[in-house]
Design a binder for this molecule. Structure first.
Ligand code: ZN
Length: 518
């Protein structure tokens, strides 16, 4: 009877399979078109940040706006919705199931915001950016306050449009770290705040600050640049599928799997800033270059979340690039790059200088021990704003009190306080936590890496980074968006996400560097 049923159903099934295959081809065709438009936009952005002459700015804005609306229209076409609905009911291969699932997710998010809302939001944020930069220049929060109030209203509206279960903050966080909520972050962050503040206090009290003044002398820019290229090549960055250029703020962008570009900033008075910028962006780029070639021009070929992306950049920059074995390998190479300048500086002194800990006002200049504290300050303020416990007018006061409590510093002006970051003017509330999550994910992944590759540090000390890169390719990169960040973490480490590995990492490294007793 089973056989009979099978035979009777066979003709229908064949038609079903044909239709499914055609629908998939059509969906992939539309996706490829959307990806092509997005990649062209990224190229225009890249040019804007690197080589574009200043007078071209208004024209470039118009070009980007046109492409953005074509992209949005193509992606949110109701035809895409019905293709997805039909495919959602069809028998698909596990790979196609993932593709349809991720597409459906993006489609739902994109169609939840009415066009009128999107255009108001775009207009308000572009005005807010101007006002924020004026306010920062004058170091006066009250100039920015009305704009931020307006943006906050829009963000609350956006959260309602997206929908959420517990906190409106979750709807915004979802954009940057899918699956994460304020409720999950709160206990992790409050524990970190307490333990990192205590560690920083012990470091400051130890009085064992290494000398780093020598790194602030004048350093040849060309030699710095060549050194960054050298290190990028060593860690496995593929220059046949990318390039490095200079920009004011270092960033990574890609126009597909085989064109992943990085930038860095060369400061003639800082020996390490171009290098750390390059390694950081190199870590992001390795993630993109490691995507599965079969996923090209689909939304699967992307980092799964900003937190996971940051885990890659921070692992290369901090765990590797600020490690003792790394400096034992690169100290002689660095001496060759700067003839006659570093012959009296040992690898240990380079290692100590690049890891100097000092509480400071500015997030982007913060060291590994204080960095998360800057993030936690922003997270707590953002959640309070979104949940209605804090008024925009009271942001500076709340900010300054938190800086005093977590970093022990008195904020003197808004420019070095609540006006320092560009994110809020972009309407990007919910973005900051991904930086701290990057640190936590990196530490947790790296504990497993040390177990899986017992001679990892011997490799690093001999300038061999392939074992590490291969592990990351296999366990993180190639999955793209097939797995969410927490899934990658659980599958790779066999453990629930936790802040313990990061605290163990900090306490061990800085305990030794600063001679802290247990
Ligand atoms: Zn980054």
């Amino acid at each position: 009877m089973c056989l009979l049923l099978f035979l009777v159903h066979l003709p229908n099934m064949r038609i079903g399979i044909m239709q499914t295959a055609e629908r998939l081809t059509e969906l992939r065709r539309i996706l490829a078109e959307v990806c092509n438009i997005r990649n062209a936009m990224s190229l225009l952005h890249w040019d804007q940040e690197t080589y574009m002459p200043v007078k071209a700015a208004p024209g470039r804005g118009e070009q980007l706006a046109t492409l953005a609306s074509i992209e949005h229209r193509t992606f949110t076409d109701p035809k895409v919705g019905s293709l997805l609905a039909e495919l959602g009911e069809s028998e698909l291969s596990p790979d196609d199931v993932k593709l349809v699932e991720v597409m459906q997710y993006d489609y739902d998010r994109a169609t939840k915001l009415p066009e009128a809302f999107v255009s108001t939001f775009t207009k308000e944020t572009s005005e807010a950016l101007e006002v924020w930069s004026q306010a920062r220049k004058e170091s006066n929060f009250s100039i920015f306050q009305p704009k931020l109030e307006r943006l906050l209203d829009l963000l609350k509206e956006k959260a309602e449009l997206y929908g959420y279960e517990e906190s409106p903050y979750d709807a915004l966080l979802e954009e940057f770290e899918p699956g994460m909520t304020a409720g999950q972050l709160r206990p992790i962050f409050s524990d970190l705040a307490e333990r990192q503040s205590a560690l920083v206090e012990r470091i400051v009290a130890s009085g064992n600050q290494p000398d780093a003044a020598w790194t602030r002398a004048e350093w040849d820019e060309e030699a710095q640049w060549k050194f960054t290229l050298n290190v990028l090549r060593d860690i496995g960055y593929d220059f046949d599928a990318g390039r490095q250029d200079k920009s004011v703020h270092p960033f990574t962008t890609d126009f597909g799997l085989y064109d992943v570009r990085v930038t860095t900033r060369v400061d003639p008075h800082d020996l390490f800033s171009a290098l750390t910028g390059s390694i950081h962006e190199g870590g992001h780029a390795l993630y993109e270059q490691g995507q599965n070639p079969g996923d090209q021009r689909t939304p699967l070929a992307q980092g799964t979340s900003l937190g996971m992306h940051e885990s890659q950049s921070r692992m290369w920059e901090n765990v590797i690039g600020r490690s003792q074995p790394f400096w034992r390998h690169y100290a002689p190479i660095m001496r060759d790059r700067f003839p006659g300048r570093l012959q009296n500086v040992t690898a240990e002194q380079m290692y100590a200088a690049i890891n100097r800990v000092e509480p400071s006002f500015i997030r982007v200049e913060a060291d590994e021990c204080t960095y998360n504290l800057h993030i936690i300050i922003r997270f707590e303020i953002e959640v309070d704003l979104m949940e209605g416990r804090l008024a925009v007018a009271d942001v500076p006061e709340a900010w300054n009190a938190k800086v005093q409590s977590y970093l022990g510093l008195d904020v003197e002006d808004d420019a070095n306080g609540c006006l320092q970051d560009i994110h809020w003017s972009h309407g990007a509330i919910g973005y900051f936590p991904t930086y701290a999550l990057g640190n936590l994910y990196a530490a947790q992944l790296f504990e497993t890496i040390e177990e899986s590759i017992p001679d990892i540090w011997t490799s690093v000390e001999s300038g061999q980074f392939t074992p590490l890169l291969e592990w990351l390719r296999e366990n993180v990169h190639r999955h793209g968006r097939r797995k969410k960040a927490l899934e990658i973490l659980r599958d790779a480490t066999g453990k629930e996400p936790s802040s313990e590995p990061f605290m163990r990492y900090l306490e061990k490294k800085y305990g030794a560097l600063y001679g802290l007793s247990d």
